[in-house]
Design a protein around this ligand. Structure first.
Ligand SMILES: C[S@@+](CC[C@H](N)C(=O)[O-])C[C@H]1O[C@@H](n2cnc3c(N)ncnc32)[C@H](O)[C@@H]1O
Length: 283
């Protein structure tokens, strides 16, 4: 079956060597544990491998199969990308297992969403209802959260860091220059004998203004997706899709994806973004 895996075999992050120091030093280091013995392990952090692929189902077949298993009509379903305009708590039980949940739940900091009252208590309840199902359904989960609310979440296998040298906002200890990214499950690079990668991502890019109150910056999100998914056959799920940054990133990187969003207006923004061709002149 394409990209859909049994999460019961999900390896846990227990035996990997965690590396410290500057990324350029880290890039010379390799995964030394587990069964990776070939030269393919001799790859550094700066090296970008082509994504691993294996697929026996077309995008059309995959889309049809997923849509047929759902209790609600999709808002959008095309070419390996599905959007559901629903409360994710009502949809998640029907979804098959996925390779990666990549998501950005509300932070409980008073953002003015149309359908969600963004208080810490509401986020606590949402996390309690949704995140354990995501961990069960996915081989790995990566989610951003507010530092203050890290304790709302189940203990993660590791915490990656989104580092923004320029800073964004203030906290009781000064300028906020980083945000946590909670990860559950194993590092896909170590699992696939592709060497060790740093556990932080530096990005100071600001988000585009697209009509959603707090979209994530697309290029940062693409970097995060590639840190958590090494196979183009991977299926990605975002239960708090917002304006669809995860879906745009997945589409740009040749992955299939499912997004769920409670507010229709944001689903429409996502559809419009998916229709745009990305012109990236920065590289
Ligand atoms: C932080 S925003 C995600 C923004 C997104 N990463 C982007 O780049 O546009 C969280 C989203 O979760 C949505 N949301 C809140 N509760 C939800 C629920 N029960 N089911 C689905 N979506 C929900 C909100 O409407 C909001 O758009």
């Amino acid at each position: 079956m394409v990209g859909l895996k049994d999460s019961s075999n999900s390896p846990k992050l227990t035996s990997q060597k965690l590396l410290h120091g500057h990324p350029s030093e880290q890039s010379q280091l390799i995964a030394q544990e587990g069964t990776c013995t070939s030269n393919s392990t001799q790859k550094g952090a700066a090296h970008v491998e082509p994504a691993l692929t294996s697929t026996s189902e077309t995008n059309e077949q995959w889309t049809k199969r997923i849509v047929n298993s759902l209790p609600a009509k999709p808002y959008y379903a095309e070419d390996g990308i599905i959007i559901l305009n629903s409360d994710c708590r009502e949809i998640l039980p029907y979804l098959p297992t996925v390779d990666l949940v990549l998501t950005d739940p509300p932070y409980g900091v008073g953002v003015e969403y149309t359908q969600f009252d963004d208080t810490p208590d509401n986020v606590k309840r949402l996390v309690r209802d949704v995140v354990p199902i995501c961990i069960q359904k996915a081989k790995r989960v990566a989610l951003t959260c507010a530092t203050r609310q890290i304790t709302f979440y189940p203990p993660s296998d590791w915490i990656l860091c989104w580092f923004n040298r320029a800073g964004a906002g203030m906290n009781p200890w000064g300028f906020t220059c980083w945000q946590p990214i909670l990860v559950y499950g194993s590092d896909p690079y170590l699992e696939n004998c592709m060497g060790s990668r740093p556990d932080f991502i530096e990005h100071s890019e600001t988000s585009e203004k697209n009509g959603h109150p707090c979209p994530k910056p697309r290029k940062f999100w693409e970097t995060l997706l590639l840190r958590c998914s090494v196979k183009e056959s991977d299926t990605i799920l975002d239960p708090f899709m917002g304006s669809g940054t995860t879906l745009v990133a997945a589409k740009n990187l040749g992955r299939r994806a499912i997004g769920i969003e409670i507010e229709e207006k944001y689903c429409e923004i996502a559809v419009q973004r998916l229709a745009q061709k990305v012109m990236d002149f920065s590289q």
